[in-house]
Design a protein around this ligand. Structure first.
Ligand code: S3P
Length: 432
């Protein structure tokens, strides 16, 4: 894909698709509830369809009617053995959450994935599950995973790696395990699993202690289905937010965006950089906070972010780095270790691609320094994405400002935002 400069800025009222994290959970949790649940505004991207297919393979009736997904949940312990291995494509969320869920089912499953997912670390989820009594074989800590269902013991686990996928996998294991489990996370991460389970009547509670939290689950309580309206995705919105900020004559409004405080670091960071962002019509929808966001072209300053902020916006560093590359002063982002084990080594790719675009950036001890390249024109730089959707969309946004960029392997965008190109062009972008 090529991204060229916008001539008119980025404008309009943009309907961002459903949140990816909440969409995965809107299939997983209803599938193990007892009865029928209707889900509106689910994201139909490659990753979410992998989760959906996995549950269909495990005997859950899932159909689409009047733009809603109808799921007939089978209960906590009643999934059935799939005929084949479950192929999860590029989706880390499917892999980590399903590993936790399947560890306590009554059958054996094998989870596989594409090249990128097969190179990502799985010990982080299998190790605490094995401590609960799970029987899981891996390949040097990676996929494929062979999970032999077992009756688990309740757990008392501390998670040191900041990861909502690990936490959610363990919560799903604890739900189908007799007794009280206690999961402590050293750093608070996105809490969509906890919020949705509460609305489904699970016996779950969370206590917060500064930056840490403790989740208590009393297992084996049947889940009661609730209809879900998936809010729009802040991570997908972020590409339009930054495109509007860095391009002159821009003004966009994004509606019904999930601004859950465990995940809204990007908005805080951009406000610190001087962004003209207004958040309004804030509502609580089944425990999730949603709001409308208006963004106008802004003169941005650089900023320094500590490692605590990294936990609250882990997926948004590629696009925040694009904003930083167009600011008036340098930026320092600290504690980006986890970026190395995402769909690609994102830290390396951000740095490498910014340098290819004539910007000075540098990595030191997993911290990133960016010296902006304001007002520089770049023609025909090749952007390496390693099939990473967020790298592809972030550099598409940079192209809208600085000139023609050639973004390799941009089909990966279907992982999270299949309509990105069409919607970006409708707003004034120039993607071909
Ligand atoms: C996700 C958690 C995060 C995030 C990913 C989605 C989730 O991953 O990067 O895109 O839905 O739980 P980690 O758990 O690896 O931080």
């Amino acid at each position: 894909m090529f991204s060229e400069q916008t001539k008119i800025g980025i404008n309009g009222s943009i309907k961002i698709p459903g949140d990816k994290s909440i969409s995965h959970r809107s299939i997983i949790i209803p599938s193990i509830a007892s009865g029928i649940c209707e889900v509106s505004n689910i994201l139909k991207s490659d990753d979410v369809l992998r989760t959906m297919n996995a549950f269909i393979e495990m005997g859950v009736e899932i159909k689409e009617e009047n733009k809603k997904i109808i799921i007939n949940g089978k209960g906590l312990d009643a999934l059935t053995k799939p005929k084949n291995e479950l192929y999860l494509g590029n989706s880390g969320t499917s892999a980590r959450l399903l590993t936790g869920l399947l560890a306590s089912q009554k059958f054996e499953t094998v989870l596989t994935g594409d090249k990128s997912l097969s190179s990502r670390p799985m010990k982080r989820i299998t190790k605490p599950l094995i401590e609960m009594g799970a029987k899981i074989e891996d390949q040097n800590g990676k996929l494929p995973l062979r999970i032999k269902g077992a009756i688990l013991n309740n757990c008392k686990t501390q998670i040191d790696i900041p990861s909502a996928q690990i936490k959610s996998g363990l919560i799903l294991a604890a739900l189908n395990t007799e007794g009280i489990s206690c999961i402590k996370e050293k750093h608070v991460t996105r809490n969509h699993t906890e919020i949705m389970l509460e609305t489904f009547g699970a016996d779950i509670s969370t206590k917060k202690f500064g930056n840490s939290s403790e989740i208590i689950i009393n297992g084996k309580k049947e889940l009661t289905p609730k209809n879900i309206d998936v809010p729009s995705d802040l991570s997908s919105s972020s590409f339009f937010i930054v495109a509007a900020l860095i391009n002159k004559n821009s003004n966009v409004t994004l509606k019904n965006i999930n601004i859950n405080p465990t995940r809204n670091g990007l908005l805080i960071a951009l406000e610190r950089m001087g962004a003209n962002i207004k958040i309004f019509n804030q509502k609580n929808r089944a425990g999730e906070i949603v709001a409308d966001i208006n963004v106008k072209s802004s003169e941005l300053n650089g900023c320094e972010l500590d490692e605590k902020m990294a936990k609250l916006m882990i997926d948004e560093f590629p696009i925040l780095s694009i904003a930083a590359s167009q600011a008036n002063s340098p930026s320092y982002f600290n504690g980006l270790d986890e970026l190395r084990v995402k769909e690609s080594d994102r830290l390396e790719l951000i740095n490498n691609n910014l340098n290819r675009c004539g910007c000075y950036s540098k990595i030191k001890n997993n911290d990133l320094f960016i010296n902006p390249i304001k007002n520089k024109q770049i023609i025909n730089s090749e952007i390496r994405t390693d099939f990473d959707h967020r790298i592809a969309m972030s550099f598409a946004v940079l192209g809208s400002k600085i000139g023609k960029l050639h973004i390799n392997e941009s089909n990966s965008i279907n992982t999270s935002f299949p309509s990105f190109k069409e919607q970006f062009n409708r707003a004034g972008g120039n993607l071909t």
